[in-house]
Ligand binder design. Structure first.
Ligand SMILES: Cc1cc2nc3c(=O)[nH]c(=O)nc-3n(C[C@H](O)[C@H](O)[C@H](O)COP(=O)(O)OP(=O)(O)OC[C@H]3O[C@@H](n4cnc5c(N)ncnc54)[C@H](O)[C@@H]3O)c2cc1C
Length: 416
């Protein structure tokens, strides 16, 4: 049988995982990314799960010490900087850029096309055609939409699916290891740090550095700080210095200087001085509003949604990329059968409950943060349940919970 052709829309981690996994099953794959520039420079830390490492291994990427930073202890710091809890953990932290580089490397250069913004899709019984803003048209047997939370493809097939703002944002900062004062580096760098200011959650951990280096001295420290933020304040944060409103996603360089100065001052006020110092030294912290999103369907003929285009779970399970990997692995398996339509149907039957289950799990973890926008007396018992034990238990059991959600989805899909 000649190689079947897959068109993958979106050249970020979800798209690259799908492309590599389909190639491993003999598909001829081309990835189309709307950005004109290579994405390597996107900087953010990522936590991993063993399920992701297994799938990377399957496509020939071994998660060795060049890929990430291993952590074996976490500490909780109070606002004065005192360690009030320290325990063993086992976490592998990587970075968006390091994973991108590893997943991009196996693809031939001509199979990864930049500056290709998908405009629309046409399909019939014989195939699917992707039509780009440039006017170019590409034909294939399968189109995988890995075009993210604001997916153009999902918009075409499921125009009424909404993103639900969770009522809080994640402020993010990343500082080179070499920029961290030595005493702070010595004390916390190789630790996963938790701070719990009232109503908020602040996490910090080391990740590969700017050039994706994992050698001591060349790594970076990554911060994710969840802060309840009402929609009016969010709209103000997303308005630039000229008064232009950028929807819910303002590019980091356009965040107003007064917004940056205010969040840095708040860091000094609310979180442990060691991590506040790292946050304040980061030239441009940025924020991401947290959303939930569920697609009722993910397969439309020869078109399939994966990654954030299909489901967005809040980041508390740290599994967005692992979810994209699991979905892509299952898609590659399903699509390699002779009867593509039947394979895709089986794929959807597992993917939908898996996505829903993860969204529900992460929503449960973030319930306390969302509830901060309500008066205390209106919060449910679950929304009030929040202390360091609860946070650490949820954190330490996330891989197990992910496994349970996957298992439940697979069992549901196997029902006749
Ligand atoms: C605060 C925060 C922390 C997180 N932490 C973690 C973590 O620790 N671990 C983890 O696994 N996950 C984490 N995640 C989730 C993770 O970042 C996402 O789930 C993952 O990046 C989704 O990847 P994706 O490829 O599906 O989408 P995206 O990364 O959004 O990629 C979509 C791509 O499609 C392109 N595109 C869009 N439209 C078009 C078009 N019309 N034509 C062509 N290309 C197009 C875009 O330019 C983009 O490159 C976190 C998320 C947040 C918000």
């Amino acid at each position: 049988m000649p190689a079947r052709r897959a068109l993958v829309v979106g050249g970020s981690l979800g798209g690259l995982l799908a492309a590599n996994l389909l190639r491993s099953k003999g598909w001829d794959v081309t990835v189309f990314e709307r950005n004109a520039e290579d994405l390597t420079g996107r900087g953010a830390g990522l936590s991993t799960h063993p399920q992701l490492l297994d799938i990377l291994h399957r496509i020939g990427i071994d998660f060795d010490e060049s890929m990430g930073v291993k952590l074996d202890r976490f500490i909780c710091l109070d606002a004065s900087g005192r360690v009030y809890r320290e325990e063993k953990t086992s976490r592998l932290m990587t970075s968006w850029g390091r994973l991108y580089r590893a997943l991009r490397a196996p693809l031939p250069a001509e199979s990864y096309r930049l500056a290709m913004a998908l405009a629309k899709i046409e399909q019939d019984a014989a195939g699917v055609t992707a039509i780009f803003a440039t006017g170019e048209r590409f034909e294939g047997d399968l189109l995988v939409a890995a075009d993210g939370v604001r997916s153009t493809v999902r918009e075409q097939f499921l125009g009424d699916v909404e993103l639900h703002y969770a009522g809080y944002v994640a402020w993010r900062a990343m500082l080179d290891e070499s920029e961290i004062p030595p005493a702070i580096r010595q004390e916390i760098f190789e630790r996963y740090v938790f701070c719990l200011p009232e109503g908020e959650l602040f996490l910090a951990y080391p990740v590969p550095g700017r050039n994706n280096e994992t050698r001591a001295g060349e790594r970076a420290y990554n911060i994710v700080w969840y802060r309840p933020t009402d929609p009016k304040t969010l709209a103000d944060l997303c308005t630039d210095a000229t008064g232009k409103y950028h929807g819910s996603a303002i590019p980091p360089p356009l965040i107003r200087p007064d917004v940056t100065a205010a969040i840095k001052a708040t860091a000094r006020e609310l979180v442990a001085p060691q991590v506040a110092e790292i946050f304040v030294r980061t030239p441009q912290p940025f924020f991401q509003p947290i959303f939930d999103m569920e697609s009722p369907r993910t397969v439309f003929g020869r078109v399939v949604l994966v990654g954030d285009a299909a489901f967005v779970a809040r980041p508390h399970v740290g599994a967005g990329v692992t979810k994209a990997a699991l979905e892509s692995a299952s898609l590659a398996e399903a699509a390699s059968t002779r009867d593509l339509a039947a394979g895709l149907l089986r794929f959807e039957q597992e993917q939908v409950p898996f996505g829903r289950g993860l969204v529900a799990l992460a929503r449960q973890e973030g319930a306390y943060l969302s509830a901060q926008l309500k008066p205390r007396e209106q919060r449910t018992a679950a929304e009030l349940k929040w202390d360091v034990d609860h946070v650490l238990l949820a954190h330490n059991s996330r891989t197990e919970r992910l496994r349970e959600v996957l298992h439940a989805a697979r069992s549901a899909a196997a029902q006749p």
